[in-house]
Design a protein around this ligand. Structure first.
Ligand SMILES: [Zn+2]
Length: 294
């Protein structure tokens, strides 16, 4: 079923688990993600960033395809604009049929972030879509932004932010960063801050930059209150490695079979991940309670 992120994340918040939000740029990835969710009886979120849309996975093509696939399965599937920055990208995503948008104004000062988020949240809610926002700033691993504590989310400021903007979930900065960490490096997450954020906000929280953070960190982040984990780099890496390995073993392989091999490798990775963050089996007996989107 095709839904916004709102009710699936509230379910995760109430039941203390997390849902994967996986970046997707083509049909093979969309199939791998949705089939994994159905087989694991898990909710799932499909993400695409404005950069990925411009480069390859155009939103006007992907949205109807993902919506069509989502409607054929019985678990909740959301399609979310990842890191929407300018209003044009966001309104385009709404027009294309995305079920959710993220407004990332985290590099602006507080009042401007509030103003921009308020606008997008009210637009989204008017259409029955959900809105994710970010406070504090999850930067880039290559710039070691994960270690810059002045970028971390402040719980009291976050409370004011959420009350004023009415965003449905909040991406928090607690020591992760986007992209690949240096080889062998495991980020140190500020779990005390995360616990305090959860206690203060009592709402679904989002972890960006989960790739390469390690299973132990991810599990602990879920236990401390994370309900949505963005996964991009790790999945793309798995797909690339599987493609290279398949080609090495069979250089003459048919192109379609190569695509299917990559798709199956992605499914293995996604299904394992769903088990780690506790979203597997959540819709075994329970039916999704929120509204479906047309
Ligand atoms: Zn992100």
């Amino acid at each position: 079923m095709y839904v916004s992120m709102k009710d699936m994340l509230l379910h995760a918040h109430k039941n203390q688990y997390a849902v994967m939000a996986i970046n997707c740029v083509n049909m093979e990835q969309a199939k791998a993600i949705i089939q994994s969710a159905e087989e694991e009886r898990s909710a799932v979120i499909i993400n695409i960033s404005p950069r990925q849309m411009k480069a390859h996975g155009h939103g006007d093509i992907l949205a109807p395809m993902i919506k069509g696939m989502a409607k054929k399965v019985s678990v909740p599937v959301a399609f979310n604009l990842d890191h929407g920055a300018d209003l044009e990208d966001i309104t385009n995503a709404m027009k294309f049929g995305f079920s959710s948008v993220m407004i990332d104004s985290s590099s602006y000062e507080f009042e401007e972030n509030v103003r921009r988020t308020q606008l997008v949240a009210s637009l989204a809610h008017g259409m029955g879509l959900s809105c994710e926002a970010e406070l504090g700033h999850v930067g880039m691993a290559k710039d070691a932004d994960n270690e810059k504590a002045d970028l971390y989310t402040d719980p009291q400021q976050a409370k004011e932010f959420v009350e004023r903007t009415k965003c449905d979930c909040l991406a928090v900065a607690i020591g992760t960063a986007h992209g690949s960490y240096p080889k062998g490096f495991v980020p140190k997450l500020d779990f005390e801050r995360l616990k305090l954020l959860k206690e203060t906000l009592d709402m679904p929280l989002v972890l960006h930059g989960g790739s390469g953070a390690g299973e132990e960190n991810i599990k602990k982040a879920v236990a401390c209150g994370i309900n949505k984990i963005n996964v991009c780099t790790d999945l793309f890496k798995h797909a690339r490695i599987a493609t290279a390995k398949t080609l090495e073993e069979n250089p003459e392989i048919d192109y379609m079979d190569l695509c299917i091999a990559a798709q199956n490798a992605m499914k293995d990775f996604i299904k394992d991940y769903m088990r780690v963050i506790g979203s597997s089996g959540r819709y075994d007996f329970e039916k999704y309670q929120g509204p479906e989107l047309d």
